[in-house]
Design a protein around this ligand. Structure first.
Ligand SMILES: O=P(O)(O)O[C@@H]1C[C@H](O)[C@@H](CO)O1
Ligand SMILES: Nc1nc2[nH]cnc2c(=O)[nH]1
Length: 269
């Protein structure tokens, strides 16, 4: 379990290298690193150099913290995230977010690549995440509560900021983006879902399914950080034409759709 001491040590290392303290953050999902090219005046620190930071092991996750400006708004970008299936504990998964909070983070945009459960979704669609269902075996708040960050029993009745969501919907309309909306189901991975599991996820109210995000949303809510979330639908969970899932395709589709998502993110900032 990561301690408050380790969080503060990592935060101190970062603040010694980066003078500004942006209020806004973005977590980039698989293949969504394209947003980085839109950043101005950026500087980066490799995760591997930050004390106690985990290391990204997944293709499409670079493993660097970038500070720059998007649309003249200073932002922290976590270019690469950690997943439970990589072998990390859930408090490792949310460690970067806690470090950013210790540095003053107030709001976060969380993105991911996900499979579409909703039959009306197509590969390349972008979904505004309205709610989550965590099917992870635990959650990042398990263990001694970090009282410095938030309460023992955080409210999760509105995990995403309704004002920010309305703004995203309006911006998508202005940009003629067919923004889908729905619930993201988070599973451990790394295996993909069986047909029965897909039917189950749909039955319990899921529109998209993936292997990340839910623990970050929980930790952000615990810390009182405002959250906005987007999934890039990289594949249909039950493809209309039979084909095998590949992570390369996920990264490829996310890269392409990521350009549209980057435009939307720039506007909602
Ligand atoms: O980090 P995200 O949720 O975008 O990554 C998704 C889920 C798996 O890590 C991977 C499967 O291709 O992409
Ligand atoms: N669990 C899961 N994760 C994904 N990430 C991208 N596509 C998928 C999917 O179909 N299922």
């Amino acid at each position: 379990m990561k301690s408050i001491f380790q969080i503060n040590e990592a935060a101190k290392f970062v603040s010694n290298r980066i003078s500004s303290a942006p209020r806004t953050g973005v977590i980039l999902g698989s293949g969504l690193g394209g947003l980085v090219s839109a950043l101005k005046e950026s500087m980066s620190i490799r995760y591997a150099d930050i004390p106690h930071f985990p290391v990204s092991t997944v293709v499409g996750h670079r493993g660097e913290l970038i500070v720059g400006e998007l649309n003249r708004v200073p932002v922290w970008v976590l270019n690469g995230r950690f997943h439970y299936y990589e072998g990390y504990d859930l408090d490792d998964v949310v460690f970067p977010l806690r470090v950013l909070r210790a540095l003053g983070l107030e709001r976060i945009i969380i993105t991911n690549a996900a499979g579409g459960l909703n039959p009306s979704f197509e590969a390349g669609d972008i979904m505004l995440i309205e709610d989550i269902i965590s099917l992870m075996p635990a959650n990042p708040l398990r263990g001694k509560n970090l009282d410095e960050f938030g309460p023992r029993f955080p409210d999760m009745s509105e995990p995403f900021c309704s004002t920010w969501m309305k703004q995203a919907i309006g911006e998508a309309e202005n940009q003629n983006i067919n923004l889908r909306k729905g619930t993201y189901v988070g599973l451990t991975g790394p295996k993909l879902e069986t047909k029965a599991e897909i039917n189950y996820c749909r039955l319990i109210g899921g529109d998209a399914v993936g292997m990340s995000t839910v623990s970050e949303v929980i930790a952000a809510n615990h810390m009182g950080i405002k959250v906005l979330g987007f999934s890039v639908i990289t594949n249909e969970s039950i493809p209309k034409v039979k084909k095998e899932f590949t992570h390369e395709e996920v990264v490829d589709v996310a890269n392409k759709a990521g350009a549209t998502l980057a435009k939307l993110i720039k506007r909602v900032l």
